[in-house]
Design a protein around this ligand. Structure first.
Ligand SMILES: CC(C)(COP(=O)(O)OP(=O)(O)OC[C@H]1O[C@@H](n2cnc3c(N)ncnc32)[C@H](O)[C@@H]1OP(=O)(O)O)[C@@H](O)C(=O)NCCC(=O)NCCS
Length: 293
């Protein structure tokens, strides 16, 4: 490709430790995040497919990845992919490398028969040109229901503890979607990364219910971010598992399975959700922050 002289195109290279390290370095240098933490969390998502250019020294100079992101939308199973890890090193920008990698990834998703494509970005104009449209996300805020008195307070998990990590991984593999309106069906790696990236996120485990609640105090706001369970319990049970005395709660996913309703308030994220595909959405909706990518 013109503009890529001296570079080598590589696809699906995560099994090569040096190349994987190259991507980790690119994302660290571009976004200041360490996705190398996935190595101790069970490895990258096996459905990931990366499209990249490497220089002669083996430095990853440009990358764009996709991963399978099965979802339930309005009660229907949807074959979706998420795009992530899009970056080009500054000295290689403006030559069409990203355009080339995006087009390769879009073509791959298309050939694989995916129905919906999702990404999160602070540069919507970049993707509008390819038919992506921005979708507003809402959180749900309201009075907390009385916590279920028959449910004991859970314990906090520590993902540095191998037993807690194994437990979390087990539950993520068999989880039910948090919502029938809009939710991921299976997505473990993003949950684990989100939890280690943000030290304010707490994971409460209820042994009697065998479920994990991801939650956070955001200033004075008490937020339920995600629930990992084989069957979604009502909000009163979730609050008991956390052991909170909060009188108000913000639920960061559509609460249709919670036996509770809150006022929908538009989220103002740094990187907004964009989608492409012929799938009708029921608003208001949001992707759990733990499924963010
Ligand atoms: C955004 C980024 C990936 C673009 O890489 P690049 O190799 O310079 O992009 P290209 O030269 O292939 O340009 C591709 C297209 O995107 C457009 N574009 C580039 N940067 C853009 C920006 N910041 N906003 C909107 N459009 C942009 C180009 O004009 C070009 O449009 P065209 O195809 O109509 O000519 C790169 O600047 C980068 O890594 N930025 C920091 C990380 C980042 O923001 N990643 C995207 C996360 S969603």
């Amino acid at each position: 490709m013109p503009g890529a002289e001296g570079l080598t195109y590589r696809e699906d290279y995560f099994a090569d430790p040096a190349a994987w390290r190259g991507l980790v370095n690119l994302l660290h240098d571009t976004f200041g995040i360490d996705v190398g933490q996935l190595d101790r969390l069970g490895g990258p998502d096996p459905t990931s497919r990366a499209f990249a250019y490497f220089d002669e020294a083996g430095v990853c100079v440009a990358n764009f990845s996709l991963f399978s992101m099965p979802m339930v939308i309005d009660g229907r199973a949807v074959r979706a992919v998420g795009y992530q890890s899009g970056a080009v090193r500054p000295e290689w920008r403006g030559r069409g490398l990203y355009r080339d990698l995006m087009q390769r990834a879009f073509a791959w998703a298309n050939a694989a028969g995916c129905e919906l494509e999702l990404l999160l970005t602070d540069k919507p104009a970049l993707y509008e040109a390819y038919g992506f449209r921005a979708v507003a996300e809402h959180d749900f805020k309201g009075l907390a229901p009385m916590a279920d008195s028959g449910v004991a307070k859970g314990r906090l998990l520590d993902l540095d503890n191998p037993g807690d990590l194994a437990l979390t991984t087990r539950l993520l593999a068999t989880r039910a979607p948090v919502s029938s309106r809009f939710a991921v069906t299976r997505q473990g790696e993003m949950f684990l990364l989100s939890a280690v990236f943000d030290g304010d996120i707490r994971l409460s485990y209820s042994a009697s219910l065998d479920l994990i609640v991801a939650w956070q105090m955001d200033g004075a706001e008490f937020k339920v971010l995600d629930v990992v369970a084989a069957k979604m319990p009502p909000l009163s049970t979730i609050l008991a598992a956390i052991g909170t005395t909060a009188t108000e709660v913000t639920v960061c996913f559509p609460p249709d399975k919670l036996g509770w309703e809150g006022e929908a308030l538009e989220r103002r994220p740094h990187a907004g959700l964009m989608i492409r595909g012929n799938v009708s959405l029921i608003h208001p909706l949001a992707l759990s922050p733990m499924a963010g990518f």
